[in-house]
Design a binder for this molecule. Structure first.
Ligand SMILES: *Cc1c(COP(=O)(O)O)cnc(C)c1O
Length: 395
């Protein structure tokens, strides 16, 4: 296949005949590619949610999700919503209206939790770092005095940065032992080292369409025993009511009609992730991501984040090429990646191995990236990206 075959066309598929034979790939940081068995598990006769069969499904899913968190003593709520709804459930369930909260952010998702907190009338203070940087534990801790809660994003998917959550939580609780730490772990759960008990976190949030690699539509709210004892929160809540949900879910039910088919699909989507110890899973995910970063560097890109998250390789393209162009060239090869998020849409592009992928898929992604950059006229040494990725994977 010569580089000539891979010129991006105006459509999302290449116009050359070979393009029709490429298979579509989901390399975006969510939603991600899903185990075909998980998709098939959705094709079952509809069951009713107030039945012993449904209760067994909900309890099994809750057990599996807790195992993937590595915190068996915690509670979990499965919400029929995206991850944002899970975050809203935690926030409203734990923080009374008008209370002061600290939002620590260095990118889009962190900023969103500030927007949400303002929308519900909390008194919001912020600690910010520029996009691509990681939060400084001492700086965050210094602002935690008098705060009811700290809202923080562990893996900032918009920049590809991972914050040192363990150090931040330790420093913050030293300053304010009463603080509730509410963590957006949407793209660190099941990917990055995350030790909720050891780090004394209170609430951890994720969703079905990131590392769990299921279809979108479920949000997860994990609650520490301390968080459970402090449930109460905002009076203006209804659907996203953590206390009401917990009472139902402890019995294997949900307060309203759940997406029971999606909940049932969690048993196959989590199977591969739970088949190895968590530290083995985290190490392999980190290796896949490091392979993509190395492939990008071999092609003249550089990492956007100073402390990369294993959930997503965020790369600055070579001079004269925009992140949007790289994402477009990948789309021409059938691969859905992501550019940056506003206002940084042109400054970077993002590729993720969070989905139903293994190390050999990472080699394929390195090859795709090489062809995409060749099609955009970048000066690259043929084979460099795959070769660098392979050496990272085999190290
Ligand atoms: C995807 C994502 C979210 C948003 O999740 P939704 O499921 O779209 O509501 C929140 N935080 C981070 C870090 C994410 O990557």
């Amino acid at each position: 296949m010569s580089s000539h075959d891979l010129q991006p066309g105006p459509s999302s598929r290449p116009s050359e005949p070979v393009g029709a034979l490429l298979r579509p790939r989901l390399l975006a940081p969510g939603p991600v590619e899903t185990d075909p068995r998980t998709m098939l598990s959705l094709a079952q006769p509809q069951i009713h949610h107030r039945t012993p069969e449904a209760r067994a499904i909900v309890q099994e899913a809750r057990d599996r999700l807790r195992r993937l968190l590595g915190a068996p003593s915690w509670e979990v709520l499965i919400m029929t919503s995206s991850g944002t709804g899970a975050f809203e459930t935690a926030l409203l369930g734990l923080v009374p209206e008008g209370a002061p909260v600290l939002v620590a952010s260095a990118g889009k998702f962190g900023e969103r939790w500030g927007e949400m907190a303002r929308a519900f009338g909390y008194v919001v203070s912020s600690v910010k770092k520029p996009w691509g940087e990681s939060l400084d534990p001492q700086e965050v801790a210094a602002a935690c005095g008098g705060m009811r809660a700290l809202l923080i994003t562990h893996s900032e998917t918009s920049t590809g940065a991972l914050h040192d959550l363990g150090a931040i939580a330790r420093a913050a609780k030293q300053v304010n032992p009463e603080l509730l730490i509410i963590v957006d772990a949407v793209t660190s759960y099941g990917v990055a080292e995350l030790r909720p008990e050891e780090w004394d976190l209170d609430t951890v949030i994720s969703g079905s369409q990131k590392a769990v690699a299921g279809p979108p539509g479920l949000g997860f709210v994990f609650l520490s025993p301390r968080a459970v004892s402090r449930l109460g929160g905002h009076t203006h809540r209804y659907y996203f009511d953590a206390r009401k949900e917990l009472a139902s879910q402890q019995k294997g039910e949900t307060a309203q009609t759940p997406a029971i088919n999606l909940i049932a699909s969690l048993s196959s989507s989590t199977e591969r992730l739970l088949s190895v110890p968590l530290d083995v899973l985290w190490a392999e995910k980190a290796r896949l991501n490091a392979a993509l970063l190395a492939a990008g560097e071999a092609l003249g890109c550089r990492p956007f984040a100073s402390r990369p998250s294993p959930a997503v390789a965020a790369l600055v393209p070579p001079e004269g090429i925009s992140g949007k162009q790289v994402a477009g060239a990948l789309a021409s090869l059938g691969a859905r990646a992501a550019a940056g998020q506003a206002p940084h849409q042109d400054d970077l592009f993002r590729i993720s191995m969070m989905g139903y992928f293994d190390r050999y898929d990472a080699l394929g992604a390195a090859g795709l990236l090489e062809d995409a950059l060749v099609s955009l006229g970048a000066a690259v040494t043929r084979g460099a990206a795959v070769s660098r990725a392979w050496s990272v994977l085999s190290s």
